[in-house]
Unconditional design. Sequence first.
Length: 230
Amino acid sequence: MTPPATTSRRTFLRAVLAGSGGATLLAVAGCAAAPDTAQGPTRSQEPTPMTPAPSAATGTLLVYFSRPGENSWYGERRVLEVGNTEVLATMIADRVKLDTYRIEAADPYPADYEETVARNVREQDQDARPAIATPLPDVTGYGTVILASPIWNVRPPMIMSTFVESVPLQGKRVLPVTTHAMSGLGRSVDVYTELAAGVTIGKGLAVRGEEVAEAGPDLEVWLREVALLT
Ligand SMILES: Cc1cc2nc3c(=O)[nH]c(=O)nc-3n(C[C@H](O)[C@H](O)[C@H](O)COP(=O)(O)O)c2cc1C
C-alpha cells in the first residue's frame, strides 16, 4: 500500500474546504434548524445543574454513522463496500461488551463522493439536522456513549448533531471516535461539547480511514485508556 503523497492530502482538504466556503466550520453553534426537543426546558421550568451528577448507569452504547460508496483513499478515490467507520465500529464491538446503534439517514447519502461533499456543504451551511430513519435508542442504561463517525469537512457529519440533540445524554461520558483522511478528530470535541449539555467528553480516538483494518493494537490501547478493556 503506497503511503499518500502529502500534497495529495493537502489538495484533498483544500478541495473540501474550498467547497464549503470556509465559514461553515463556524456554523455549528446556531440551533435554528434543531428539533424543538433539543432546546430543552427553560431555566425557570427545570433548573439544570452546572455539573450534573454522573450517570450511575454502567452500560456502554456504541453509536456510529458510516457511509459506504466512493471515498477518498490516499488522495485517490476508492469504492468501499463497507464504510471505514463501520469497520472500526465492528472492531470495537468485537472487543467490548456493548450495544451498538447504527445511524441511518432518512434520505440516504449518495454513493458518489462529490455529490456527498456537495450535500454536506449545504447541510453545514444551513446548520441542518438531517433526519434519522431508524428509531432512536433508549439510552437510560448507558453511562458511556461512544459516538463514531467519519470526519466531513473537519467535523462530524451533521446527522451526528441530529442524534446528539435527540437523545438525553446529560450525565453520561461521551467518547468521540472518528475515521478520517487527515483531520483526526477535527472539531468533534467542540461540536459535541456545544450540543450535548452536561456530558463529560472523554478521550477520543481518531483512525485514518485507509488504516482501520490495521488499527487493532492502537484501538486496544485506547480501549484500555478509557477503561473499556482490562
Ligand atoms: C463529504 C466528505 C467530506 C470529508 N471531509 C474530510 C475532512 O474534512 N477531513 C478528513 O480528514 N477527511 C475527510 N473525509 C474523508 C472521510 O472522513 C474518511 O474517508 C472516513 O474514513 C470515511 O468514513 P466512512 O467510510 O465510515 O464514511 C471526507 C469524506 C467525505 C465523503
